[in-house]
Design a protein around this ligand. Structure first.
Ligand SMILES: Nc1ncnc2c1ncn2[C@@H]1O[C@H](COP(=O)(O)OP(=O)(O)OP(=O)(O)O)[C@@H](O)[C@H]1O
Length: 274
């Protein structure tokens, strides 16, 4: 099943897809098959998926359904076992220059900012790092960009001078988001970006992500096990179960009238106020 662009996403419809997956499968080898006999897990099982600038698509499914493996395919960290990945319309061959270009165009925000950031580098260095690695700008323009980035995520310039452990979990995730924006990506993949945070700061980080993608016209793939959070962020969602996308459509329509049994199960776990 593919995730199609809706009429309300006119701008996105006219933009060409940044990433397109066609019948993508990823099979992992595991050690659980028995002695001398590795088992195989179909983590992603025949997924079609498209994302363009300006579009937000949520991916929802319970733990182990293949969301993170799919995210890794989307950012080029995982090669599919079969199927095709198109990057800006061309089949990805995973050459070093292509991976570099993909790394610039599609960035990722992971669940836990504590592991995404280097504990020994101050925030300024963490934000400068991608700019230096990609040879972008002069020392002066990089400094200006770093100040701009920290402002974009709602932190004061003084936050540039601290180590990750000197700020809160929510502030660390803001730094991770700033880092993900450093190379002006077309698409951000946010993989459970609020799951490791205190409940009290989750909404702030979600609001920041939605404001940024609207302000910057980014594409966003928002991944979560929580269907209510996905609905809050994404106009459209893809429901994933056992490696397959079993249902896709506007988030409100899926809430109002789920078509697949698995989606109904996810919705039955959503608390209501009545
Ligand atoms: N590197 C790996 N080697 C072997 N099996 C793996 C590997 N990565 C994932 N798997 C297995 O593939 C399946 C999908 O895992 P994946 O992490 O993509 O799902 P997920 O929906 O993101 O789950 P979670 O939210 O728990 O991370 C699971 O059965 C998992 O155990």
């Amino acid at each position: 099943m593919s995730v199609q662009t809706q009429p309300q996403d006119q701008a996105a419809a006219s933009a060409s897809p940044v990433i397109e997956l066609r019948e993508v499968r990823v099979v992992h080898k595991t050690r659980t098959g028995g002695l001398f006999r590795p088992g195989l897990v179909k983590a992603v099982d025949g997924v079609d998926f498209t994302i363009s600038r300006g579009e937000t698509v949520g991916i929802v499914g319970e733990s182990g359904c293949g969301k993170t493996t799919l995210a890794r395919v989307l950012v080029g960290l995982q090669r599919p076992t079969s199927g095709e990945v198109l990057f800006r319309g061309r089949p990805l061959r995973y050459t070093a220059p292509e991976r570099r270009e993909l790394g610039r165009a599609v960035s990722v925000v992971f669940q836990d900012p504590a592991t995404a950031l280097n504990p020994r580098m101050i925030v300024r260095e963490q934000l400068l790092d991608p700019l230096i690695v990609h040879g972008i700008g002069t020392p002066e323009s990089r400094d200006a960009r770093v100040r701009e980035l920290i402002g974009l995520v709602g932190l004061p310039p003084s936050a540039l001078e601290v180590l990750p452990r000197q700020i809160s979990g929510g502030q660390r995730q803001r730094v991770a988001i700033a880092r993900a924006l450093a190379l002006e990506p077309d698409v951000i993949v946010a993989d459970e970006p609020t799951s490791a945070l205190d409940v009290s700061v989750r909404a702030q980080v979600l609001n920041l992500l939605t404001d940024l993608k609207e302000g910057l016209g980014l594409g966003m793939i928002f991944i979560s096990h929580d269907i209510s959070t996905v609905r809050f962020v994404a106009d459209r969602m893809a429901v994933m179960n056992a490696g397959k996308i079993v249902e896709t459509g506007p988030s409100d329509a899926i809430f109002a009238s789920p078509q697949h049994d698995y989606t109904r199960t996810l919705l039955s776990a959503v608390p209501t106020l009545l």
